[in-house]
Design a binder for this molecule. Structure first.
Ligand code: SF4
Length: 572
């Protein structure tokens, strides 16, 4: 029995699985297969990008696997540096080639759309499944139930004991099941093409803890918050760590602060700081040499409603995490009419308070060059009740944050993708109507808010540690630190890929920065790199280049005007 898991990538409001991120989906499925008796060597994993490279044996594997499982679905699609989610055509090709049982699932079960601003359609209307079965609820549970249960089959090969898929009930997995499958499937990280440099997305819970839900959101389809026990998350980290994982993000939940919170009848659960302390301490004990521990979503209304508990939790995060962390706030809109019409979470005043609180505790610069913990903001356009004035109100809010001297790590602006079953479905006409306005507004935010904000977050001369070089394009190497919402850095030279390098920040774009290796080996640096030295300029860089080589610091300072100020960026 051979199973092949093809990762077409997921991007959901509360789960990312686009490389370097490694989502829980394939890990849970691998764990379910292990529990059904498959050996690790019979469980194969390919990302869609790896498959596109047509590695030796991949075609044969697809053709011969007894079970081919495709994970797919980007319900909040973004732009990705070196990864492209699976396309409908590719799904069809894979299923045409596969001869075993074919299953597809993940967020794609909710529908498919190519871009924001366009409604998602049911799978059947966009993709021919070529005889594959769509797991209508949890893919991992469906895969597990496909096997005949012959009584605790651990360690035994179930042979051909696959059931007819029609006889398998579609269901959600239980917390107990993933408590077992997550550690069992941890071995799969060794098959990830980015291994060991992949970020393991960790789940603490899914489902929304609010009693009313935002009109556009797909998270409520998972039901009420289904909290995992702290011990289970820690045990999973321990298993991943034993297989070489060093990069973690607690990202699979809509609001980390509400994890195991108490329902007091208020708008959101009351946070329990002791739970977050146990979680973070447990992870640190289980993975003492981890390189990154970040988080993703936090609900601003939780912070503004429970500032004391939130303060304690943020202090805990700062004690155990690694710097460069981001708490992404789903603000969605600053327009009170849109907030009301779509049952959004928080008012602009409440979001502002939450931004202030996170800044007051987390804005100091950490060892990797980035502030310790900053808020990020997510906006959604095209929601019900949106008018031209909505754009002005959102812009004014961002301007207020900028003018207050506060820091935001990122501002994510997207157009709504309406999914069947959400209140938004069929009511997203504003997205099309305001498309032009949306693009113009987005451009203004990038130029007038993002750019000055980025200069504030990483001023020229900041040294960023351990930037992973990922892509070459037109003589530029693009890289990012491994972390939550990493900054894109362009380096005007060709550096070896899949290697870390320290960089000095030398320039700012609207959403990316320019950097040069730190320290810069002055005697061998190219003119393009020399020109980037902070404060040097083109003319002076020509004269520095003309004076090459320099024997040492003394020689450099003697021969270069104001040479002392460059010494911190260079080496000889
Ligand atoms: S608060 Fe809104 S956006 Fe967040 S999970 Fe709940 S419904 Fe979704």
């Amino acid at each position: 029995m051979k199973a092949l898991i093809i990762d077409g990538y997921v991007d959901e409001p509360a789960c990312l699985g686009v490389p370097p991120y490694f989502s829980p989906y394939p890990r849970y499925i691998a764990g379910a297969l292990r529990e059904r008796g498959l050996f690790e060597t019979d469980i194969h994993y390919l990302t869609i990008d790896r498959l596109r490279e047509n590695p030796p044996g991949a075609g044969e594997l697809i053709g011969k696997a007894d079970l081919v499982i495709v994970i797919a679905g980007t319900t909040v699609p973004g732009k990705y540096l070196r990864a492209t989610p699976i396309s409908p055509g590719e799904i069809e090709t894979i299923f045409r080639t596969a001869h075993g049982l074919k299953v597809i699932g993940g967020p794609i079960r909710l529908g498919f759309s190519g871009e924001g601003g366009k409604a998602a359609k049911g799978l059947g209307s966009r993709i021919s499944l070529e005889g594959a079965v769509l797991a209508e609820m949890d893919l991992e549970a469906f895969v597990f139930d496909l096997f005949e249960d012959f009584g605790g089959s651990k360690g035994k090969q179930p042979g051909s004991k696959l059931k007819a898929p029609e006889s398998v009930e579609h269901r959600f997995r239980t917390g107990t099941e993933i408590g077992r499958w997550a550690p069992l499937g941890a071995f799969l990280i060794r098959q990830h093409p980015d291994y060991p440099y992949c970020m393991c997305e960790l789940e603490t819970y899914r489902g929304c803890g609010r009693n009313i839900h935002c009109s556009f959101c797909t998270e409520p389809f998972y039901g009420a918050s289904d909290y995992r026990p702290v011990e289970d998350v820690v045990f999973e980290v321990s298993a991943l760590y034993s297989h070489g994982a060093r990069y973690f993000r607690i990202g699979r939940q809509p609001d980390l602060l509400s994890y195991q919170g108490t329902d007091t009848g208020g708008p959101v659960p009351k946070p329990d700081p002791s739970v977050i302390e146990r979680l973070y301490r447990g992870i640190r004990n289980a993975a003492p040499e981890l390189s990154v521990l970040h988080l993703d979503n936090a609900n601003p209304i939780t912070i503004s409603t429970y500032p004391e508990e939130a303060t304690q939790i943020i202090k805990t995060i700062l004690k155990y995490h690694t710097p460069g962390d981001v708490a992404a706030f789903g603000m969605e809109s600053a327009d009170p009419k849109v907030i009301r019409a779509n049952s959004l979470k928080a008012s602009p005043e409440e979001v502002f308070e939450a931004i202030k609180l996170v800044n007051s505790l987390g804005a100091s610069r950490g060892a990797n060059g980035l502030p310790e913990l900053l808020p990020g903001l997510n906006f959604v356009h095209g929601l019900m009740g949106e008018t031209k004035n909505t754009f002005q109100l959102n812009y004014d809010f961002l301007q207020q944050v900028l003018d207050s001297g506060l820091l935001l790590r990122r501002i994510n602006i997207r157009q709504v993708m309406a999914f069947p079953g959400t209140p938004m479905y069929g009511k997203d006409e504003a997205a099309g109507k305001h498309k032009k306005l949306f693009l113009k507004y987005k451009d203004q935010v990038r130029k007038n808010i993002d750019l000055p904000m980025l200069r504030r977050v990483v001023p020229e001369g900041t040294v960023l540690k351990e930037v992973m070089c990922e892509v070459h394009e037109k003589g530029i190497t693009f890289g990012r630190q491994l972390g939550s919402y990493p900054l894109l850095v362009g380096i005007p030279t060709s550096l070896p890929l899949r290697k870390f390098t320290d960089l000095t920040v030398t320039g700012h774009g609207m959403r990316s920065i320019t950097g040069i290796p730190h320290p810069l080996p002055i005697n061998s640096a190219s003119p393009a790199l020399l020109r980037e030295l902070p404060g040097l300029g083109k003319k002076a860089s020509d004269s520095v280049a003309a004076g090459l080589p320099y024997a040492d610091e003394e020689d450099f300072v003697r021969r270069v005007k104001e040479g002392e100020k460059f010494l911190k960026y260079i080496e000889f």
